[in-house]
Design a binder for this molecule. Structure first.
Ligand code: NAD
Length: 374
């Protein structure tokens, strides 16, 4: 069988999720090539060797540039913090490697544009990890919308709220620093719901009116020094949206939404029905259709099952549910098929650049106090 050798950079939250998915994908799906966990890079040789053993990679290195240039690596898989994505991706593209990168693609739209240009002129394949669009329930929502079952779309409401920084005594880390993260909640979580809005509706967001706020301006420095430092980006943000197909909508996003653990949710309203989804109940989709007598209408809960996109590969039994890591397994299937069979990959660097443009436009709108074109 054909193989695809993966070089993974970074083994934190996302690096582990990618490793799990790389190992599981050939068991779940019938793939056109076998993804091989070939080489792993971390910040030093010792950590890299330890993580390679733990996550099942053949070789390791403490130098990500050696990974990018390694002749056996076909795909560079970037799971490092945001500020490293551009440098790593440009080096990988220059070495002729396909690139699978985590979101947000870059710290700014200008950086993302440089990455798009490099990828498109070299012809390598790219994929960005906006994994929530691959959940079976959300793929089903997209199918229902595209089929016209809920009529013409009139409104999109999206949110992605979590509470990982709701405790004001949680220390600063790379997420709170402009130079390492870019935008705050807006870049980290808002990026997912902005991509989701375009994925579900099939329309592009063309104009935004944004508002951002940093609620906890200072946090303890990491370690036990007792010192404090500035939080340099937003804790929460919201924006009004205009889409190119005439739809209007809004998003909100927060990393201080006390109690909300995985609050990616949307309501899509159409002229003949509506859809409601909440990632904390990720195997359910609420569907309302304007059918039957008025007194018998209501939202129905569709539990995902083998009839729905990609579910049957995991289980023959309806309602048993998928999990977060399963979305990544589906993403790996798409990555392998895109590279080997030439299927278009979405979201590639170009689609992810759009998200960076939306983030920049929401920030600019907040500063200037008016509607801003994406
Ligand atoms: P993390 O801090 O948990 O892990 C980052 C890893 O990168 C660490 O293991 C760190 O040692 C390593 N690293 C840092 N600098 C490096 C270097 N120079 N060379 C090699 N390794 C290096 O971060 P995370 O939460 O895994 O986030 C990583 C990326 O994944 C970010 O871009 C983030 O936005 C994204 N992310 C995506 C999702 C999703 O659902 N798609 C969820 C969380 C994070």
């Amino acid at each position: 069988m054909k193989t695809l050798n993966i070089g993974l950079i970074g083994t934190g939250f996302m690096g582990k999720a990618h490793a799990i998915a790389l190992k599981a994908a050939p068991t779940v799906f019938s793939l056109p090539a076998f993804p091989v966990c070939e080489l792993l890079a971390e910040v030093n040789d010792e950590l890299a060797a330890h993580k390679a053993t733990e996550l099942g990679f053949t070789r390791s290195t403490g130098d990500w540039r050696a990974l990018v240039e390694d002749p056996k690596v076909d795909v560079v898989d970037i799971c490092a913090p945001n500020f490293l994505h551009k440098e790593m991706a440009l080096a990988a593209i220059a070495a002729g490697k396909h690139v699978y990168a985590e979101k947000p693609l870059a710290l700014s739209a200008a950086d993302a544009a440089a990455m798009v240009e490099a990828a498109e002129s070299s012809g390598v394949k790219t994929l960005v990890g906006f994994n929530y669009i691959r959940n079976s329930a959300t793929q089903l929502a997209r199918e229902i919308i595209a089929s016209g079952e809920i009529g013409e779309l009139v409104h999109f409401r999206g949110r992605h709220n979590e509470d990982y920084l709701s405790d004001p005594t949680s220390p600063l880390d790379w997420h709170t620093c402009r130079a390492t993260a870019g935008a705050g909640a807006l870049g980290d979580l808002g990026s997912h719901i902005l991509n989701m809005a375009e994925f579900l509706t099939g329309q592009h967001i063309v104009e935004v009116f944004g508002q951002l706020q940093t609620v906890t301006a200072r946090r303890p420095l990491p370690g036990n020094s007792g010192g404090f430092g500035e939080v340099e980006n937003d804790d929460h943000a919201q924006a009004l949206l205009r889409f190119d197909g005439g739809l209007i909508g809004n998003i909100e996003t927060s990393r201080i939404a006390t109690g909300r653990k995985m609050g990616l949710a949307y309501t899509v309203t159409g002229t003949r029905g509506s859809l409601v989804f909440d990632q904390e109940r990720m195997s359910e989709l609420q569907l309302y259709t304007s059918e039957g007598p008025e007194g018998r209408r209501g939202f129905r809960t569709l539990l995902v099952g083998p009839e729905h996109p990609d579910y049957a590969a995991f289980s023959p039994a309806a309602g048993h549910g998928l999990g977060y890591n399963d979305q990544k397994i589906i993403e790996i299937r798409d990555l392998v098929e895109g590279i080997v069979s030439g299927k278009p990959l979405y979201p590639d660097f170009h689609a992810a650049w759009r998200v960076n443009r939306m983030i920049d436009a929401i920030e600019a709108s907040h500063v200037e106090g008016h509607w801003t074109r994406v």
